[in-house]
Design a protein around this ligand. Structure first.
Ligand code: A1LUD
Ligand code: HCS
Ligand code: ZN
Length: 337
């Protein structure tokens, strides 16, 4: 199937062409911070490091760039004004930290591009760097992420949470991220139709002038985690001209193939996929449980198949590492593999 039938926006078409046809997205940010020793058992999860260890956030972004990522995603997934206020920060401090998450990613890109220009990476065992385009995507995690109990994997917010609740929850952070220097907004781990609809309305009402991608999560391969069909969710994303890619993240690799096929039935926008390792998150203990173990080799062996059914942007989510991203890059671009 390849790219046949895909109608990318000029933004995405130019970017994909500059990358060589396909783009590599980074891997898990929070779980990589944990691998570097950070304890993220906190309501702010990865956003905690924006306060306590921003240098490490920049270093992990750089590690993903070195591994071949063309897109890095900021540490704003669980960085919310409401979450920072609950920690005793002022609104001004919260807004500064949200903006800072994108600035840190931009700094990593700057360092990386300078090192590329000096030929620095030629000395490292990394994929040959001849694909320079690098985008910084500003992460927007769901309302369920802010709840900090793994609710983004149920999408069940109860009847009291309405479309208006979600729009008001997300409005100010979206305005800040849209003016932060990010190239696009990454609406990630979207658990239900209602939140997708809220994002579409906010993009329009707030006249957000950078593009966005919508990425949903699923645990059955047919519906997003709330039970809403992926086709209906992708339809909502398709209805918004600012959305330049639609896809799936933080979902077991074995479910991705069918989800790509379903998404492609309802949209010609480029498909982005960045699955997790296949482990299951326990929101109470904040630990990953190996309910069904899929190895990194399994993950990487799927990449060519995902490309063949029409995905254009490939990366990893929780518990994937720079090694995963390096392997994806090799599958997509290394002619010898
Ligand atoms: C994508 S989940 C692993 C993020 C963490 C979750 N919102 C929590 O705080 O428990
Ligand atoms: N971009 C986020 C997604 C969490 S599901 C991260 O990698 O930490
Ligand atoms: Zn994830």
């Amino acid at each position: 199937m390849g790219l046949e039938g895909v109608e990318p926006s000029s933004f995405m078409a130019d970017f994909l062409a500059g990358c060589g046809g396909y783009a590599v997205v980074d891997g898990g940010l929070a779980t990589e911070l944990e691998r570097h020793g950070q304890d993220l058992n906190d309501p702010l999860w990865s956003a905690k490091c924006l306060i306590s260890f921003p240098q490490l956030v920049r270093r992990v972004h750089l590690e993903y760039l070195e591994a071949g990522a063309n897109v890095i995603i900021s540490a704003s997934y669980q960085a919310t004004i409401q979450g920072f206020e609950a920690k005793g920060l002022s609104i001004e401090e919260a807004e500064t930290l949200i903006k800072r998450s994108v600035e840190i990613a931009c700094e990593a890109r700057e360092i990386y591009l300078q090192r590329c220009a000096k030929g620095y990476w030629d000395f490292l065992d990394s994929p040959k760097i001849d694909r320079h385009p690098v985008l910084v995507a500003a992460s927007v995690g769901s309302y369920g992420a802010y709840l900090a109990d793994g609710s983004e994997y149920s999408g069940n917010y109860g009847a009291s949470v309405t479309l208006e609740t979600l729009k008001e929850f997300h409005r100010r952070r979206l305005q800040i991220l849209a003016n932060s220097g990010a190239d696009l907004i990454a609406f990630e781990t979207i658990p239900n139709k209602l939140e997708a609809q809220a994002y579409v309305e906010l993009l329009e009402e707030e006249n957000i002038d950078i593009p966005a991608w919508f990425s949903f999560s699923s645990n059955d391969g047919t519906n997003v985690v709330s039970g809403d069909p992926i086709t209906e969710c992708a339809n909502i994303a398709d209805s918004c001209s600012q959305v330049v890619a639609v896809g799936i993240n933080c979902t077991p690799p074995r479910l991705i193939h069918g989800l790509i096929l379903s998404i492609r039935k309802v949209t010609n926008k480029p498909v982005i996929i960045y699955p997790n390792s296949g482990e299951t998150y326990n929101g109470e203990t904040k630990q990953w449980e190996k309910t069904r173990w899929e190895t990194e080799e399994d993950f990487v062996s799927y990449v060519g198949k995902w490309r063949d059914v029409g995905a254009c942007l490939f990366g990893g989510c929780c518990r994937t590492t720079p090694n995963t991203i390096r392997a994806i890059s090799r599958v997509l671009f290394d002619k010898s593999s």
